[in-house]
Design a protein around this ligand. Sequence first.
Ligand code: ASP
Length: 448
Amino acid sequence: MTGMQMSGKQAKRNIVVCKFGGSSVADADHVKKVRAILEADSRRSIVVVSAPGRRSKDDDKVTDLLYACNKLVQDGKSCKELFKKISSRYTDILTGLGMKADFLKPVLDEVRRCIDAGHGTDYAASRGEYLSARLVAEYLGWTFLDTADVVVINHDGTVHPATWQKLSESLDPKGKYVIPGFYGATADGVVKTFSRGGSDITGAIMARAVGADLYENWTDVSGVFMADPRLIPEAKVVQTMTYKEVRELAEVGAGVFHEEAIAPVMDAGIPINVKNTNDPSAPGTMIVPSRDCADIPLVGVSSRNGYSSISLHKMMLFKRTGIRHALLTMLHVFGIRPEFSLVGIDSIVWFYDSKQASESVLEAMKTRLKDEFELDSITVSSGYAVVGVVGEGIMGMSDMLSKATSALSRQNISLEFLNYGASDTSCLFGVRSGAKDETVRALYEALA
Ligand code: ASP
């Protein structure tokens, strides 16, 4: 086999890596669209697929069904009945494509047996992509390459460098491959998944490994919207944005693209094109290393709910050396990792994800901090949301803050805190959770 030279940066090849998300392989009609897209450009020779997603609002994602099967097994039951739902998802697709279900039947049986035999959560969850890729490879007549053999994942979920060598040995530059997303294996060969939505990461790994011209990320919308269209139906599609802007937007809750999928392509400077399987001629959104921000300073407004604050007060507290470190260490002991903080002369406020600590843990933490540091007061309050305005040009907008704060005050939204200046690409507005959607609307109208 002709190995490709792969590792970090390298000459671009005439290859486009395409990742198709769950909606693009949810049923036979979509898989037919996938084939038409691949046939339209011969550079599209490496395809990464997700597990079949929802076909309608109240449908199940195959990955969710697989997690549920595994849970049954953990509870001492068999997943045989529930697995039938999964099998029928794949056989329906095969029938809809005019293919015989025979070739997949033994594979489905084997997967079900292994889940029932307790092969574990990651194994079970990974089978949605595995089965998808087997099916699509058969349909296209392309080579199936199992990511368990070529993508090595460290225990902390990062990509092991051995991956590049393995891919170099396994991919023929002239070949056409269908590859399952979302999983690989640890160095000792145990199947391991990335976090949810991780097929984006697999696509990025493939793009970097082959030095692709382009990484196309096919989904069911025509690109990245400047705001959630369910909140703002007239929200525009972003034409061009940078890797950094994508990461910042994902951080404040936009379901754009898996944040960890940026690193592999960013290193190699490979552009990403987010495209719509149902409207392939729409240009979608280009994600690139840098852009000219003069005309379009910001790329989006997004929000994340579920923050709490811890405020503590003690006169002269911050005159003590090392005090912030000591306080933070204590928070870490109780499992709290604040995302940002505000500091006053005698006080500090941290904001953290409310899920990190239960009521009882918070009570224990308050008592411990109060006693240990002889605080005057410590209060915890929940129900905050963060609304982020993201764009590499926002720091150059001299009126950005005045426009934003006037828009909020026109809507009677009170600003609880502001995180401005920590990043040159985003400004975070902290509001009460109930005002989150209104804040997104107000900021979008004022700034976008
Ligand atoms: N199927 C996996 C999930 O639902 C991974 C992916 O679709 O990217 O999270």
